[in-house]
Design a protein around this ligand. Structure first.
Ligand SMILES: Nc1ncnc2c1ncn2[C@@H]1O[C@H](COP(=O)(O)OP(=O)(O)OP(=O)(O)O)[C@@H](O)[C@H]1O
Ligand SMILES: [Mg+2]
Length: 499
């Protein structure tokens, strides 16, 4: 097994058990390292408590995945609470090596998935570093790389379903996978099929099969042999055609129109829709048996409003693409406007807006609010989005349910607001303080106490840092997210007693 690196922390485990677990992991090739060097976290625990859940939640905001390892009496604890708190998986510790192999195997798998996601992101096509987007990419890549199950992508219009289908086709055909030799994505846009020709689009036809069929022609099933087939807007497939499609998906065989010869085709199936297929099934507008054939793994693409952290990186990416050079700075008013605006058309709408802005940009200096076309400007007294938002209310309710005190909620809310203002002002204390109506000193004092990151942390794409030893009695996790905080917020240090 190849060595894997992970941050390690134990919660209420005896020192001898902790040493034993560390030694086993080391022997299995799991290298325990500092948080900054580790993509994954391992949290061993001997007792369940809110404090443990909080620790897991915090670690889950820092590492790409966290493995919770139950020891002793804690092995009887229901795993669901830990998964809900953000653990990627849980394992019960034993001393006969099974748990060690499980942990090692999981970490290996996670490393491979992250490698594939990283490769896809570095191609610069799929932008976004919000937790929701990253988690979606990892789940899709895992399904594409390790299974042959048909993938169904659902989600609002413009959320990137087609791009994700391309990712599936790449990963399915990636070297070492060896399932589908061709990287190609063959797409059928089911929404634009002419009813009288739709059969031919899928199955192809023989010469003379119908009026106007002057030449024989391959359909999508033939073209997709050895590659990935995307049935885009699958909900639009005419009902009478659905049983025939089902047969090809299930058996891998079909007949060209006008032919009696069965043809074979092996392909990876991806379907996409922004319709509610389950509702269509209930309304008998989509066959249930076909639904089960296409919905092997179902993934929902999150709308842009649920991952506002991705708006600026996407905007900058589109600007760079449209201007054909390193994108210019965006004025802070424009940044605020972009982040807070509504995007019913999701990423596609953002792209179109950036196109309009790029068209007005004169080509020097930062992009300013005047570059925003008049018809896009915020009008009337409506002003910014309503606050507190639904997400905020939900977050506070979760905190209350988790037993968080009012003092802690207030403190965290205040520090989150400062972090958000600092983030928005790229680390400029004066401007952040003005925004919040507080003094510079209030921010400086928090920074001096180590509860806020220094200016160097506001470079683009800075990830929240974690500073956790894992070997002592105290684990200090610095600037990490808790799930009940707003998405982009980075939290100040919390100290957790672990032994
Ligand atoms: N994460 C992303 N990174 C970069 N570009 C993106 C991303 N998501 C979407 N886009 C861009 O937004 C546009 C819409 O994406 P896409 O066509 O994949 O959406 P869709 O979910 O298939 O929409 P529809 O349901 O309307 O077909 C495309 O131009 C695509 O390149
Ligand atoms: Mg689409």
């Amino acid at each position: 097994m190849q060595p894997c690196t992970a941050w390690f922390c134990s919660y209420r485990c005896s020192p001898s058990l902790e040493a034993e677990i560390r030694a086993h992991l080391d022997a299995a090739g799991v290298q325990i390292a500092a948080a900054e060097e580790s993509p994954f976290g391992i949290v061993c625990f001997a007792e369940m408590s809110n404090e443990l859940l909080s620790l897991v939640r915090t670690a889950a905001g820092r590492f790409s995945r966290v493995m919770a390892v139950a020891t002793g009496a804690a092995t009887a604890v229901p795993a669901w609470h830990l998964l809900e708190a953000g653990a990627a998986d849980t394992v019960c510790w034993d001393n006969n090596g099974v748990a060690t192999r499980q942990i090692g195997g999981k970490l290996m798998r996670w490393s491979e998935i992250d490698g594939l996601v990283h490769a896809a992101l570095s191609e610069g096509l799929l932008v976004g570093h919000s937790a929701a987007w990253q988690s979606l990419l990892r789940r899709i890549v895992e399904a594409a790389a390790y299974s042959t199950a048909p993938i169904l992508l659902t989600g609002e219009s413009g959320t990137g379903k087609e791009l994700l289908a391309r990712l599936v086709s790449k990963v399915t055909a990636s070297p070492g996978n060896g399932r589908m030799p061709r990287r190609e994505l063959v797409t059928v846009d089911c929404g634009t099929l002419a009813p009288e020709l739709s059969g031919s689009e899928f199955f192809g036809h023989e010469r003379g099969a119908f009026t106007g069929a002057y030449l024989a022609r391959d359909g999508a099933f033939a073209l997709a042999d050895g590659a990935t087939l995307l049935l885009d807007e699958i909900g639009e497939i005419p009902l009478p055609l659905q049983p025939h499609i089902l047969r090809c998906i299930q058996e891998g065989t079909y007949k060209r129109l006008g032919s009696n010869v069965w043809q074979k085709s092996t392909f990876r199936l991806v379907s996409a829709t922004n319709a509610d297929l389950e509702e269509m099934v209930t309304a008998r507008r989509f066959r249930l048996d076909l639904y089960y054939r296409v919905a092997g793994c179902v993934f929902r693409t999150p709308p842009l409003r649920d991952r506002r952290e991705d708006i600026l990186p996407l905007a900058i990416h589109f600007l760079g693409k449209l201007l054909g050079r390193t994108p210019p700075e965006l004025d802070s008013h424009l940044r605020d406007y972009l982040v807070n605006r509504d995007y019913p058309g999701n990423v596609r709408e953002l792209y179109q807006l950036i196109q309009r802005i790029a068209a007005r940009y004169s080509g020097s200096g930062p992009i300013t609010p005047g570059d925003l076309p008049e018809e896009d400007r915020p009008v009337g007294p409506g002003g910014p989005r309503a606050w507190p938002s639904e997400g905020f209310m939900r977050s506070i309710s979760e905190a209350v349910l988790l037993g968080t005190s009012l003092k802690q909620i207030s403190k965290t809310a205040a520090e989150t607001a400062i972090l958000a203002a600092m983030e928005s002002e790229r680390g400029n204390v004066k401007r952040a303080a003005t925004r919040l109506g507080i003094t510079d000193r209030a921010i400086q004092a928090r920074r001096a106490s180590g509860r806020l990151p220094g200016k160097e942390n506001y470079a683009p794409k800075t990830e929240p840092g974690v500073d956790a030893g894992g070997s002592g009695n105290l684990v200090e996790i610095d600037r990490v997210k808790e799930t009940w905080t707003p998405h982009s917020a980075r939290l100040p240090s919390i100290r957790l007693q672990t032994a």
